[in-house]
Design a protein around this ligand. Sequence first.
Ligand code: SIN
Ligand code: CO
Length: 374
Amino acid sequence: MDIQQPLALLGGLTPAQFMRRHWQKKPLLVRQAIPQFKPPVGRQDLFALAAQDGVESRLVQLAKGAWKLRHGPFQRRSLPGLQTPDWTLLVQGVDLHNDAVHALMQQFRFVPEARLDDLMISYASHGGGVGPHFDSYDVFLLQAHGKRRWRIGRQKDLTLREGIPLKVLAQFEPEEEFVLDPGDMLYLPPRYAHDGVAEGECMTYSIGFRSPARAELAQELLGRLAEDAADEGASLMYRDATQAAVAQPAAIPAQLQDFAREALARALAQPLVLERALGEYLTEPKSNVWFEPGAAGVMLEGVRLDRRSRMMYDTHHVFINGESYRAGGRDATLMRQLADQRQLSARELARASDDALELLSSWCDAGWAHSWKA
Ligand code: SIN
Ligand code: CO
């Protein structure tokens, strides 16, 4: 993607300008971000998805002033009628289930893939919404069908209402209000208060991001480092030939503390362990993802990644679906190209070494990638 090219998607800003001026800083309303937008997933498709196991869905309903929340899967008959007002069905991760939705999400890859999360679709009857709230992550709210009235504000008081199953702000103080039509889009930075209410039947597509918390990263990475450390230093025991006799047997020896500190420092000092653990973690498929094995031994023409595959790279590695590979030279260039473009043409593949071709064909066997006629 040319990050210096103005985009209708960003209201005529270039991705570079958008990231500098708005990302994590201030909202952006874009009229006709996608002109003549035809939603690839309509009401029936969404209801069908919400009925499936392994698809995360929620139903939020405001009935007689009380917020109610139920988790899917939902059979069609267990959803309220279309004429019943004030309910909304939210389906998470639709990009994993639909190629066109996945392709739509790719338009937002001016943000690093490591930060992209999923595309959620909400369907609401008249009056439906999830109440005034804030999210911890950035979001692009693309209006897909019908109208939604958004009220937003830089709320200071983030106190939530108590005793209800949703996160709803106790005192919402909106500052701006917009009605979005199909193709319009609103970007909101994290913790910006918002409330979207459907005006008639309405569908909204939310392009969502993920942002690891420091504690979560530490936990994940240390867990992975621990596995490596268990493989490596298993035989090296603490020795204390110089230990003197003790009168206070319960006191932990300082020498043992030093040994522990060194064990940890050594685990971290292994070259590239942190980079490898991070890449493996970031490309780990979501828990509800599984791949169908592809046809064995397919001849590669072009190759494209399956929509569920996560592929990234750093200076020394290529990562796909939680696995890491050391790569250098021409093959590394090619693999990075595959990760960035998510596909390689037959011409591009012609530059691959036999090892790279073998690896790609094993990914096709696993269903992570597909052979494709370019
Ligand atoms: C919705 O689509 O109803 C909710 C999206 C949001 O407010 O984050
Ligand atoms: Co929200």
